[in-house]
Design a protein around this ligand. Structure first.
Ligand SMILES: *[C@@H]1O[C@H](CO)[C@@H](O)[C@H](O)[C@H]1NC(C)=O
Ligand SMILES: *[C@@H]1O[C@H](CO)[C@@H](O)[C@H](O)[C@H]1NC(C)=O
Ligand SMILES: *[C@@H]1O[C@H](CO)[C@@H](O)[C@H](O)[C@H]1NC(C)=O
Ligand SMILES: *[C@@H]1O[C@H](CO)[C@@H](O)[C@H](O)[C@H]1NC(C)=O
Ligand SMILES: *[C@@H]1O[C@H](CO)[C@@H](O)[C@H](O)[C@H]1NC(C)=O
Length: 235
């Protein structure tokens, strides 16, 4: 066999085998339900076993046989898992992160080739932005300190490119344009959800702009002293 034909044969074999075993992949949020529907399985069924594999751990999710009926041996699947013994369909509700992994089905004690992959993800939290002041009083950095995908937008709906530095998440640099209605938002996104922060108005970022830079920083130092005075006076 020539090298090219050999390569083609190997490529085909790899393609066919991955095609046969990859099955359907599903991504769900915590709390969702999932149903896996195997095809090409033919009644009559005398036993059905769904197995869950995660890492090197293999457990039975649910099983049925014609003599003993249904059973769910592992607490991980109790009360949330159902099996249709006419179709082989499995249904799992109230999903949590530990249900992620690969599911396989044995029909009449024979493992089927098809694999069903499940990835359960937490919905993203509603993000909060952090303000980082720098030496220039007309500029601040707005940070979204999260590891998920971050999308910044301004009031006009334009997407802004965030920057990264040594801190977690991304920041944008906002300049004071003295526009009362301009604002920014940070949106977090993963495979199962998307949430947007409250609007951060430019006017709230540059409140003390009419006061001189030095005067601006004075209240920060005065307030603790007032509190101290109050405490001292009370006692
Ligand atoms: C499904 O399981 C129930 C309970 O074990 C049984 O009564 C019923 O006959 C089964 N149906 C089939 C098609 O095997
Ligand atoms: C599944 O979730 C629903 C709604 O969140 C809840 O009412 C129910 O108790 C949960 N069931 C189990 C078995 O965890
Ligand atoms: C899965 O189970 C839940 C709860 O019993 C049910 O509401 C839902 O319709 C089922 N889904 C499928 C596809 O069977
Ligand atoms: C934002 O990033 C994209 C992709 O990296 C790039 O094509 C685009 O020019 C950037 N825009 C700005 C304003 O820097
Ligand atoms: C101020 O910002 C808003 C929102 O982006 C925009 O619609 C408006 O045109 C801006 N005004 C000026 C004077 O630039």
């Amino acid at each position: 066999m020539s090298l090219q034909r050999y390569m083609a044969a190997v490529t085909c074999a790899v393609f066919i085998s991955t095609g046969a075993v990859s099955g359907q992949d599903q991504i769900k949020a915590v709390g969702d339900e999932v149903t896996f529907r195997p095809t090409n399985i033919n009644p009559p069924f005398t036993s059905i076993i769904w197995k869950h594999r995660s890492g090197s751990d293999v457990i039975k999710a649910i099983e049925w046989d014609i003599d003993d009926g249904f059973s769910i041996p592992n607490p991980r699947f109790k009360d949330i898992t159902t099996l249709d013994n006419t179709t082989g369909h499995i249904n799992i509700t109230n999903l949590t992160l530990i249900h992620s992994g690969v599911y396989t089905i044995d029909i009449n004690s024979k493992e089927q080739e098809k694999r069903f992959t499940l990835k359960v993800e937490k919905p993203v939290p509603k993000p909060e932005t952090e303000i980082e002041r720098i030496s220039n009083p007309d500029v601040v950095n707005l940070r979204c300190r999260y590891s998920e995908t971050i999308i910044w937008k301004n009031a006009a709906g334009k997407t802004l490119n965030g920057s990264k530095n040594h801190l977690p998440g991304e920041f944008i640099t906002v300049e004071n344009t003295r526009n009362q209605t301009n604002f920014y938002t940070c949106t977090l996104k993963n495979d199962v959800s998307e949430k947007t922060s409250d609007r951060v108005y430019e006017r709230d970022l540059f409140k003390g702009e009419d006061v001189k830079n030095t005067a601006d920083s004075v209240p920060v130092f005065i307030f603790p002293q007032i509190f101290l005075l109050v405490i001292v006076c009370v006692f």
